[in-house]
Design a protein around this ligand. Structure first.
Ligand code: LIP
Length: 283
């Protein structure tokens, strides 16, 4: 393993540069947003997903040629076997985790909730050191590094003061791959019944950044991938959120996440877990 320790501030700066670079490429080529490489059940892979990832990789490797990179576009989206080891990080002190376009379907259709997400973690203990989420159509660049407050466009952000789930807006997704034994839509309807509003915006990274800046109070997805939440999870934490991994999915790099402003966490957690999730021990 290489011993090149990089200071957090530098990693933070490059994460922002990389997320901005991916977002810029997507925006400059917006007229090609519908060009699709592959169609899955309920999902698509775009030419621009792949191009943006390459742009970001080039930028990261210009600064850190020896760092490992894990990108959404390298993973066979719906076909990754948890038992397979990810080989890319072998020998590198740091691993960058990229979602070149989170909210791909929104982007392709012309909806504004999409972003470019870049995180960097220490390979040794898998802790995320820095991350950035650039959502150009929302005119926002969110960023964080560990032990420092999170920012939106360089201004410090905080989670909301909302005290109860009944008063809360909870962002969620349309999980089609929930844990066995948990009925589809059960979590959504539990949240909708217990919160003021349940909302599905279509980008997990944007959802978590909205929790970070207090526009939303909670977030839950029972089945999401690491690249969707790695950067925004740190941004939420560094703005005061409680971010909890509730289980490892059956696919490699798949997980379930509950996040909140902290004040509603126990209530939100109970609402979701009541449906049938039995959380694994992630102490
Ligand atoms: C998307 C997530 C979204 C989830 C979608 C999808 P992508 O990521 O951010 O919250 O509900 O199913 O996974 O595929 O646009 O990067």
């Amino acid at each position: 393993m290489s011993n090149d320790i990089v200071d957090d501030a530098t990693l933070h700066e490059i994460a922002i540069e990389a997320a901005n670079c991916g977002a810029r490429h997507a925006l400059h080529n917006y007229s090609r947003r519908r060009n699709t490489l592959k169609t899955y059940d309920h999902d698509i892979k775009l030419e621009l997903d792949v191009e943006c990832q390459r742009e970001i990789e080039t930028l990261i490797h210009k600064h850190f040629p020896s760092h490992a990179i894990m990108g959404e576009e390298d993973a066979t989206l719906h076909n990754t076997d948890r038992s397979k080891q990810h080989p890319a990080n072998a020998g590198s002190e740091y691993e960058w985790i990229i979602d070149p376009i989170d909210g791909t379907v929104n982007f392709s259709s012309g909806l504004p909730m999409w972003c470019c997400s870049v995180a960097v973690r220490q390979t040794r203990d898998q802790s995320v050191v820095a991350g950035a989420v650039t959502a150009p159509m929302l005119e926002a660049c969110y960023a964080a590094q560990r032990e420092k407050p999170a920012t939106r466009n360089d201004n410090i952000i905080h989670v909301s003061p909302t005290a109860t789930l009944e008063e809360s807006i909870v962002m969620t997704g349309m999980d089609r791959d929930l844990r066995p034994g948990v009925p589809p839509l059960a979590c959504f309807s539990r949240i909708a019944d217990n919160a003021r509003k349940a909302r599905i915006a279509g980008s997990a990274a944007v959802d978590l950044c909205w929790v970070a800046e207090g526009a939303a109070d909670g977030y839950f997805e029972g089945s999401i991938f690491l690249w969707d939440v790695a950067a925004a999870g740190l941004i939420a934490k560094q703005s005061g959120a409680t971010v909890e991994k509730i289980w490892d999915g059956s696919k490699l790099n798949q997980l379930g996440v509950i996040a909140s402003n902290g004040l509603i966490h126990a209530q939100l957690r109970m609402t979701i877990l009541d449906v049938g999730f039995e959380p694994q021990d992630h102490s």
